[in-house]
Design a protein around this ligand. Structure first.
Ligand code: HEC
Length: 230
């Protein structure tokens, strides 16, 4: 073969290989796209009737949604509150929330301070309205977001969402504590005069739970039996 012929063959080969769109237009269904194959024209199929989610059925409404069976926000923590849960909540809060809400939950996180143009100011947990909110509200806000705040359901597991909710209560208490609400021992430990009238109990819990942070022992509490993977 002459060199011109070789060049022509090579050139033709190059042209042909560069022109087909097999890799671009692939015979596959892209999510949310139309598809004539199905009578309803939808490419994305719904699960067959009766399909259940992989894993355990999520029947515990309070735990998984923050609402009870009658659709009201729960005012009691559906998990046991102890030092470990609160510490976990603090850790998670400082990872996922404090850059906007601030370490104190006053809405003055770095993002707010640096003028990140949020359509609405970052929530401040120390308003009377939020203090009065049932604890389920915090679970719901973390799960589904609120106004301009995005939800965190895909990033934070339910048990951790409750841990954060418990820590929000601690933050609220820390900024609006009334020394008279502390029990006698705690008042004594803090060097406050008088006997105090309060029980010192911060949380109402469905199960019989200990746990005012003021009463938490100095040593870490024993490992909880709550299932960490939930
Ligand atoms: C990117 C910034 C950002 C992050 C991260 C963020 N938030 Fe928010 N949050 C906001 C803004 C903004 C609002 C106010 C939304 C509105 O009023 O439309 C808000 C509001 C709230 C409120 C108040 C809801 C009400 O009833 O007024 C709560 C509670 C809350 N966030 C909790 C959390 C928790 C807990 C986390 C972490 C898991 C978190 N947020 C992470 C920006 C953020």
């Amino acid at each position: 073969m002459k060199s011109t012929q070789v060049l022509m063959v090579l050139g033709a080969g190059l042209l042909m290989s560069g022109c087909h769109l097999d890799m671009v237009i692939q015979p596959k269904v892209k999510s949310q796209s139309e598809n004539d194959f199905f009578a309803d024209g939808k490419g994305t199929r719904l699960p067959v009737e009766g399909a259940v989610e992989y894993g355990k059925p999520k029947t515990d409404s309070a735990f998984y949604t923050g609402y009870n069976e009658s659709g009201q926000l729960v005012s009691e923590m559906p998990v046991k509150v102890d030092e470990r849960l609160i510490k976990r909540g603090k850790e998670r809060f400082e990872i996922f929330c404090s850059h906007c809400h601030g370490d104190l939950g006053d809405g003055q996180g770095m993002i707010a301070q640096r003028g990140f143009a949020l359509a609405r100011p970052v929530g401040n947990y120390h308003t009377q309205r939020l203090r009065d909110m049932p604890v389920g509200h915090y679970f719901d806000v973390i799960t589904n977001g609120y106004g301009t705040m995005y939800g965190h359901a895909s990033r934070i597991k339910p048990l951790d969402r409750w841990a954060i909710a418990s820590y929000i209560r601690v933050l609220q208490f820390s900024q609006a504590a009334n020394p008279n609400d502390l029990d006698a021992d705690t008042r004594k430990a803090l060097g406050l005069s008088g006997s105090g009238t309060g029980s010192g109990v911060l949380f109402k819990t469905a199960t019989s739970a200990p746990a005012a942070p003021a009463q938490v022992p100095a040593q870490p509490a024993p490992a909880t039996t709550q299932e960490e993977s939930r």
